[in-house]
Write a protein that binds this ligand. Structure first.
Ligand code: TYD
Length: 129
């Protein structure tokens, strides 16, 4: 789900923000960012069992490719006031990073390697039974 965040235009520079449980449907537990991605590289390529996340292109652009177990969708994030909500049990990867792009990811859980599904076939089986 693509969300348009508040944008406070100002001739001194624009400002955008978001808050837990208001603009995003969870409480923020962890924030990380992906940067200095070499051309052609892909990040992600997994699903989370429980974790929900919200991804913003703070700078530059990249594609988020999602698979819900039935079909694939691709969303280009290229504005720092747009965020993509990704619920748990969604296969996701980030690709097509522009030079100097900066991906901000906020999550409702601490880092937990046990929450990752890294095998797509296993993801499909868990999702579709
Ligand atoms: P990972 O989530 O696998 O990145 P990607 O899916 O983009 O390939 O994380 C890469 C490495 O970073 C992995 O060894 C775990 C570590 N990591 C943390 O220690 N804490 C974190 O919050 C995250 C997101 C990753």
């Amino acid at each position: 789900m693509l969300t348009q965040l508040p944008k406070i235009p100002d001739e001194r520079g624009n400002l955008t923000f978001f808050e837990s449980d208001c603009h995003i449907p969870f409480k923020i537990k962890r924030v990380y960012w992906i940067y200095d991605v070499p051309g052609g590289e892909t990040r992600g390529g997994h699903a989370f069992i429980k974790q929900n996340e919200f991804i913003i292109a703070l700078s530059g652009s990249f594609d988020v490719v999602l698979h819900d177990g039935k079909s694939e969708s691709r969303t280009q994030l290229n504005r720092s006031y747009l965020g993509l909500y990704i619920p748990g049990m969604t296969w996701r990867s980030l690709s097509n990073f522009s030079t100097n792009s900066l991906a901000l990811i906020v999550s409702d859980l601490d880092y937990d390697p046990a929450d990752y599904i890294r095998n797509f076939e296993q993801f499909l089986q868990l999702k579709n039974g």
